[in-house]
Design a protein around this ligand. Structure first.
Ligand SMILES: [Ca+2]
Length: 326
């Protein structure tokens, strides 16, 4: 399925259309915000009562598809003013010939009308009517690929009418889509249109090309953001590894510091032992101990030994003296 034409009146005017305007008396054709189904604008068409054959319209002409299949689709809303009116609405036309398929309303009955190859017209009521003041997705398809052309009307993706043209004559494949209101007999006729499309196959309720593009763009953004997320995950992993490495190095440093502290204690013990060895050496060498290059000092224990010895000698002398006096 390929779109031939797609327009939601978002230009704010009919500049995307081949032609637009009014014919007769009491007719309106305008692009207004109040007619928007989507976006900011929609097409609004109206004819006041009593102006038979007056119309407001906008049509887009294109090259008829080579497969002889044309679909026309639009968001469509008929306001309460249409009750009891007889009006023409959505159409697929053949330039130079006129209407090929048309949605119209006769006193509240909605019908599809087809132009047969022999130039006669056949109508068929839709199997379900359209409520007023309600947006519908309307679609008409003309399939001229077989011996007998078939015209169909779908409402919200459900087939509501199907007419097969069994006449003989000239095949006219539509090459124009038209949003319009034309008074057939009486009443106030009015319609809102938006998101009008023409395609070379049944369009259905799927997304418009524009929304498909938006969806594709958003998918790309999702992919991009997933890649960013994956990249940031990798960066996080690298950062985690760096943090783990720093932690390991910090622990190793702590162990080194502990070892250094132990070595310091060991060095102190060694120094103390060395001191004891020096004292012992000094005792052996004659009772003096040199510390830090200072004066020779008697080793305290030797001095005490000496003092005791002196005292013993004194005591011995005194006892000898006392014995001689006896
Ligand atoms: Ca719109």
């Amino acid at each position: 399925m390929a779109d031939i034409f797609s327009n939601g009146y978002e230009e704010g005017d009919f500049s995307a259309w081949t032609a637009a305007g009014v014919s007769g008396v009491g007719a309106t054709a305008e692009v207004i915000a109040g007619a928007a189904y989507a976006g900011s604008y929609g097409g609004h068409f109206a004819v006041t009562t009593g102006n038979v054959n007056s119309r407001g319209y906008a049509y887009k002409t294109f090259t008829a598809p080579a497969n002889n299949f044309v679909a026309g689709q639009a968001r469509f809303k008929a306001p309460a003013a249409d009750a009891g009116a007889q009006f023409e609405f959505f159409r697929l036309n053949r330039v130079g010939t006129g209407q090929i398929l048309m949605l119209r309303c006769i006193n509240g009955t909605w019908e599809l009308q087809i132009r047969n190859k022999d130039g006669t017209f056949t109508s068929q009521d839709l199997s379900a009517g359209l409520a007023l003041n309600t947006w519908y997705l309307i679609e008409m398809t003309y399939d001229g690929s077989g011996a007998n052309p078939v015209g169909k009307c779908y409402i919200d993706g459900v087939e509501r009418a199907s007419i097969t043209d069994t006449t003989t004559g000239t095949l006219y494949v539509p090459d124009q889509v038209e949003t319009r209101v034309k008074e057939i007999a009486s009443g106030n006729g009015e319609a809102y249109y938006d998101e009008v499309r023409a395609a070379d196959a049944y369009i259905g309720t799927g997304a418009t090309e524009a929304s498909t593009r938006l969806a594709a763009a958003s998918t790309l953004q999702v992919v991009a953001s997933q890649r960013l997320s994956a990249k940031s995950q990798l960066q996080k992993t690298v950062l985690d590894r760096l943090a783990a490495q720093v932690r390991l190095e910090s622990e190793a440093l702590g162990r080194l510091a502990g070892r250094a502290a132990l070595q310091a204690i060991g060095a102190e013990r060694l120094a103390g032992r060395l001191m004891l060895l020096k004292v012992a050496e000094a005792r052996l060498a004659g009772g003096v101990f040199f510390e830090g290059g200072g004066e020779a000092q008697p080793v305290p224990s030797l001095r005490l030994f000496g003092l005791r010895l002196v005292r013993l000698v004194e005591v011995g002398i005194r006892r000898l003296g006392e014995r001689q006096e006896e």
